[in-house]
Design a protein around this ligand. Structure first.
Ligand SMILES: [Mn+2]
Length: 242
């Protein structure tokens, strides 16, 4: 059985071709797969499961179709869609994963992460992350009126764009020591993550030997997925037609 991993689609009404490519992915490549793991930032913004947008309901329905046909679906939060909650999970048939999830893949443990928590050199972002991921703040956010949450989400996106423009390239990538620390801690030889938009496979030197870090790519102008089958991983990409 095939297992698929994707991340960083950043679906938004402004890029309908990416949404179309995702729906086509679900109906063609993912159809018949054993499991699909979405490792965060499926959405460019998610202000709560009560979002009445056409995009939210279209994507929810397409995911529901996949799970009803028998494919397991698991969702991990990204920094953009960390407010995805139980209602979305129930509506799509997805399981919500923790920020550091170990799953068995053809008999070996694999650590799954979105990847933002690995970028420790970005001190300003980590401070922001601690603030908004605090359960009390998340609870407060979830109980604000929709219009207020839309405003806050727009302000965060603008702020993050402005801040990232002035950051050196290196601090936007993962901190290598943090990768080793977590892979050692969970005793895994494989880590799959997204977030950095730097699709690649890296060798990692671990206490117990050699490991591999697989990085997913963000969608548009190309789509990216890791396809796991019979113990082998394959990082694939294909064009998105606008
Ligand atoms: Mn991200």
């Amino acid at each position: 059985m095939t297992t698929l991993f994707i991340a960083d689609l950043h679906l938004s009404p402004g890029r309908p071709e990416v949404t179309e490519a995702f729906i086509a992915f679900l109906q063609q490549r993912a159809a018949g797969a054993g499991a699909l793991y979405i490792l965060g930032d499926l959405f460019e913004a998610w202000i709560g499961d009560d979002d009445p947008s056409a995009l939210a309901s279209r994507v929810t329905a397409a995911l529901r179709e996949l799970t009803e046909a028998g494919t397991q679906l698991a969702f991990q939060h990204g920094n953009r869609d960390f407010l995805v909650g139980k209602r979305f999970a129930e509506a799509t048939g997805a399981t919500l994963l923790g920020d550091e999830a170990v799953v068995q893949l053809d008999g070996r443990p694999v650590l799954l992460m979105h990847g933002d928590s690995l970028c420790l050199d970005d001190v300003a972002y980590q401070r922001f992350r601690r603030k908004v991921r605090n359960p009390a703040i998340k609870w407060l956010l979830a109980h604000l009126p929709l219009s207020k949450r839309l405003q806050i989400a727009a302000r965060w996106r603008a702020g993050s764009k402005a801040a990232n423009r002035n950051k050196p390239e290196s601090i936007m990538d993962v901190t290598p020591q943090e990768v080793v620390r977590l892979m050692d801690r969970y005793r895994v030889q494989t880590l799959i993550h997204g977030h950095t938009h730097r699709p690649a496979t890296h060798r990692v030197k671990l206490s117990a030997g050699a490991g591999e870090r697989w990085v997913l790519g963000d969608w548009g102008p190309e789509a990216w997925a890791i396809v796991a089958s019979q113990g082998k991983l394959d990082l694939q990409h294909w064009p998105i037609h606008s």
